[in-house]
Design a protein around this ligand. Structure first.
Ligand SMILES: Nc1nc2c(ncn2[C@@H]2O[C@H](COP(=O)(O)OP(=O)(O)OP(=O)(O)O)[C@@H](O)[C@H]2O)c(=O)[nH]1
Ligand SMILES: [Mg+2]
Length: 390
């Protein structure tokens, strides 16, 4: 009998020891999946407005709260940070991306100027070529008039001289002296704030991601604000861009108030002494509140902490005059300070650069020339015209 009791005690002790080891292993596995407390490129998530729990938006150096045992911490492995390409002369390096516009607009113009006689018909053909490339009636008329006048006065005839004149006139029509500086320099006690707005699908989120890379390549630190809470995937998309270059993303729960996300992004940027906060916004909404009201609110709420330094309007170059009409509505409501013209690589209508500035009275500051991470270039009129004329 004694043997039986001793055997039972031994079995019970062994089983308890085995279970204890199993629990400890599970805990260690869960802790290993927690994001490291000092990782850059991490995410801060705001709670759903209906939640009563205080938001977990601590600075990266603060200890993270221990998760409830039944909550799986997301697998956030620290990615190897990419080093974006320097931005100097990007447009020159990406000039081949303008091939479609070059072969219609550039080659078309040079072919007419190369004719034996520059008669009435020739000037009409030049104007038509400009119009077909979406340069717009007013700009096309002006370019032709000035070119015509100067060739007459100067008696220019050689192809080389005509090309130089054409180039000068195109650069002048775009505005060689226009200030295209991106206002991204931080203030004494607050980051520079850039709002990115535009119709859905134009490339806002992509532009935020690419711009973060441009800024980081130029030595700035960046926080991204995912104020497009309309699509759940939008914040993920932005966060993916940010994580690659070590920019933190502030995001809210699906359907959260976009203005509160933008506010929090700026607050966090200020607290962390970051140089620039980039705020991505929605291009459409499913609530009754109009998109324009929403954008106005985002701007007002952000301005409680300091100025909005840039409001960039993203415009898809392939949508031509249609896109321009939609952009006009945005420009009227939010005071845009610059245009980002995307997808110039996918259109033969690069002339939209001329029309958009004239129509909206806002300079093109950046151009998108592809889907690649470093395919966003500061806009330089001379390099652009050189690329068009080949
Ligand atoms: N070829 C090309 N594609 C681009 C460029 N910029 C953006 N895109 C593509 O355009 C598509 C839409 O881009 P998004 O950044 O998601 O557009 P969005 O404005 O944020 O869209 P919504 O959030 O739905 O309003 C993506 O497939 C991008 O890769 C560009 O310069 N060239
Ligand atoms: Mg988007």
């Amino acid at each position: 009998m004694e043997y039986v009791i001793i055997a039972i005690v031994v079995v019970v002790v062994a089983a308890a020891g085995f279970l204890g080891a199993g629990v400890a292993r599970t805990r260690r596995a869960k802790m290993a999946r927690l994001p490291p407390s000092s990782t850059t490129g991490e995410t801060a998530t705001l709670p759903n407005p209906t939640e009563t729990v205080a938001p977990s938006i601590d600075s990266p150096t603060q200890a993270l709260p221990i998760p409830a045992p039944d909550v799986e911490a997301p697998d956030l492995e620290a990615p190897a940070l990419e080093m974006p390409e320097p931005t100097a002369n990007r447009l020159i390096r990406l000039r081949a991306r303008l091939a479609r516009s070059q072969s219609t607009l550039g080659k078309g113009l040079l072919a007419v100027l190369g004719r034996d006689r520059l008669d009435e018909r020739a000037w009409e053909d030049i104007e038509d070529t400009l119009l077909q490339a979406d340069v717009g009636v007013a700009s096309a008329g002006e370019i032709v008039q000035r070119l015509r006048e100067r060739t007459r006065v100067l008696g220019t005839r050689t192809p080389g001289d005509l090309r130089a004149l054409l180039s000068e006139e195109l650069v002048a029509a775009i505005g060689a002296d226009t200030d295209r500086t991106l206002h991204t320099f931080p203030h004494a006690d607050a980051p520079a704030v850039v709002l990115v707005v535009g119709v859905n699908g134009t490339g806002k989120t992509t532009t935020c991601g690419k711009l973060a890379r441009v800024l980081i390549a130029d030595g700035h630190s960046v926080v991204l604000g995912a104020a497009d809470t309309f699509r759940a995937a939008a914040a993920d998309q932005l966060q993916t861009w940010g994580a690659k270059v070590g920019a933190r993303t502030v995001r809210g729960a699906a359907g959260a108030d976009p203005a509160s996300v933008a506010f929090e992004a700026v607050r966090m940027g200020t607290e962390d002494h970051v140089d620039v906060v980039l705020v991505d916004t929605a291009g459409r909404l499913h609530t009754k509140t109009g998109l324009m009201d929403e954008l106005g609110k985002i701007k007002r709420v952000v301005q409680r902490q300091g100025p909005v330094d840039e409001t960039l309007l993203v415009l898809d170059a392939t949508t031509g005059q249609n896109g321009l009409t939609q952009a006009r509505v945005f420009a009227e409501v939010v005071d845009c300070t610059g245009i980002v013209l995307t997808k110039l690589d996918g259109t033969a209508k690069g002339g939209i650069v001329f029309a958009v500035q004239r129509e909206l009275g806002v300079p093109v500051k950046l151009v998108g020339l592809g889907e690649g991470a470093d395919d966003l270039a500061p806009f330089e009129p001379k390099a652009f015209v050189d690329a068009l004329l080949g």
